[in-house]
Design a protein around this ligand. Structure first.
Ligand SMILES: Nc1ncnc2c1ncn2[C@@H]1O[C@H](COP(=O)(O)OS(=O)(=O)O)[C@@H](OP(=O)(O)O)[C@H]1O
Ligand SMILES: [Mg+2]
Ligand SMILES: [Mg+2]
Ligand SMILES: [Mg+2]
Length: 333
C-alpha cells in the first residue's frame, strides 16, 4: 500500500542507505583484526564487541544530526564503556575515522540514544551488528536499520558485508545492502559498485522443492522443530547462516522460507528491517498462527516464534506448524 504520511521517504532512504554503508565499512574493518580483549560478555552471556559499540555510535550520531527529533531503539548502550575507559577510547578512535571532530562524550551519548523504549510513535530501530557470533567467526553478520512510524516500517536497510552478491556464485564478490521502502518494493545494492537492482521472492509454490534457512546457532532457535516442519513439507536440508542476512536471502529468492522458532520474545532490532524487506519483495512474515508481527509493543515483537516466506507457501507452512503449535509462543522441543 502506498505511504500517505508526512515523511519524505526518498530522503529517508538516502540517509538510511548511506549510514548503513558507513557502518558496514567500519565493522568490516574491525572484523579483520578483532582482538580477544575487544569482546565483552553481556548479562545474558551473549557477546558484544568494540565494533557493535562503534557501529551504534556512528549510526546514532549521524541520524541525530540529520533528524534530531527522531529517537532510536538500539541493541547496545554505553554503560559497559563508561566503566572501561580504555575500551571506550578504542571505540571512539574507530568512530573518529568517520567523524573526525566527535568527542568521547559524544560517542557515549550517541550510543545511549539507543535506550528509547519503542512503542507507538516514530523511531529508528538499529541492530549495529546482528549476528555478533557470526561476526566473531568471520562469517555472516548484518547492520540493520529501519524507521518505524506507529508500528509500520517505512524504510529499511540490511547491510551484509560478507554475503555473496550473486547467490549462484558463493565464492564470488561479497557485500550487499538490501533496501526496502514502504509501498515501493525492495532492492539489492552492491556495496562497492553501488549498482542496484530490484529483487523479488521466489515464484515457486511447491514447498517440497523449497530451500529453507535458519540460524547457524542452535541456541537461538529450535533446529529440531524446524526440521519437523520442513520434513512435513518434504523439504531438504536447511541453509544455515547468522543474522538478518537470512531475510535478505528470502527477499532475493535464494530461499523460500526462514524459520525462527525461539523460546524468548524476539527483539524488534532482530526482525523489523528484514521482515519489511521480505514483504516489499512480495513475501509474507507472521507468527506461527498467521498473525502479522507487531512493532509497536515496545522493544520486542511479543512473540518468540515467527517465519518469513515467499508468500506462496505461507499457508502450507502454517498448516505444517499447526499440529504442535497451539499458540505463537512455541517452545524448544
Ligand atoms: N538464546 C537466544 N534465543 C533467541 N535469540 C537469541 C538468543 N541469543 C541471542 N539471540 C538473538 O539472536 C540474534 C542472532 O540471531 P541469528 O539468527 O543471527 O543467530 S545465529 O548467529 O545465526 O545463530 C542475536 O542478535 P545479535 O545480538 O545482534 O547478534 C540475539 O539478539
Ligand atoms: Mg547481541
Ligand atoms: Mg541481533
Ligand atoms: Mg546485535
Amino acid at each position: 500500500m502506498a505511504y500517505s504520511g508526512s515523511h519524505d521517504l526518498a530522503l529517508l532512504r538516502k540517509v538510511v542507505v548511506e549510514v548503513v554503508e558507513k557502518a558496514c565499512h567500519l565493522t568490516s574493518k574491525i572484523q579483520k583484526n578483532i582482538l580477544h580483549e575487544e569482546v565483552l560478555k553481556k548479562e545474558d552471556f551473549s557477546p558484544v564487541t568494540i565494533a557493535d559499540f562503534a557501529s551504534q555510535a556512528l549510526v546514532g550520531h549521524i541520524l541525530h544530526q540529520a533528524f534530531p527529533h527522531i529517537p532510536m531503539v538500539g541493541e547496545e548502550d554505553a554503560s559497559a564503556l563508561r566503566a572501561d575507559p580504555k575500551l571506550a577510547t578504542k571505540v571512539s578512535d574507530h568512530v573518529k575515522e568517520f567523524i573526525a571532530d566527535i568527542s568521547l562524550e559524544e560517542v557515549l551519548g550517541a550510543l545511549d540514544r539507543g535506550n528509547h523504549p519503542g512503542g507507538e510513535g516514530t523511531f529508528w530501530v538499529l541492530d549495529p551488528i546482528d549476528g555478533t557470533k557470526g561476526f566473531l567467526r568471520k562469517e555472516q553478520f548484518a547492520v540493520c536499520l529501519c524507521l518505524i512510524e506507529n508500528g509500520q516500517v517505512l524504510v529499511a536497510a540490511l547491510g551484509c558485508p560478507n554475503l555473496p552478491i550473486d547467490s549462484a556464485l558463493p565464492d564470488g564478490e561479497k557485500g550487499c545492502v538490501f533496501i526496502g521502502v514502504k509501498g515501493k518494493g525492495a532492492s539489492q545494492m552492491n556495496i562497492s559498485t553501488k549498482k542496484e537492482f530490484p529483487i523479488c521472492v521466489s515464484s515457486s509454490s511447491d514447498a517440497s522443492k523449497a530451500t529453507y534457512v535458519e540460524s547457524l546457532e542452535s541456541g537461538h532457535s529450535s533446529h529440531g522443530r524446524h526440521a519437523e516442519i520442513a520434513s512435513a513439507l518434504g523439504m531438504g536440508a536447511p541453509l544455515r547462516m547468522d543474522s538478518q542476512c537470512k531475510f535478505g536471502v528470502v527477499a532475493r529468492g535464494q530461499a523460500s522460507l526462514y524459520l525462527r522458532i525461539s523460546k524468548t520474545p524476539q527483539y524488534i532490532w532482530d526482525i523489523a528491517a528484514g521482515a519489511m524487506i521480505v514483504e516489499e519483495a512480495g513475501g509474507r512474515v507472521t507468527d506461527l498462527t498467521g498473525r502479522a508481527l507487531q512493532f509497536s509493543l515496545g522493544r520486542t515483537v511479543g512473540v518468540a516464534a515467527l517465519f518469513a516466506s515467499n508468500g506462496l507457501i505461507h499457508d502450507q507452512v502454517l498448516a505444517a506448524c499447526a499440529p504442535a503449535e497451539d499458540s505463537s509462543h512455541s517452545c524448544f522441543v
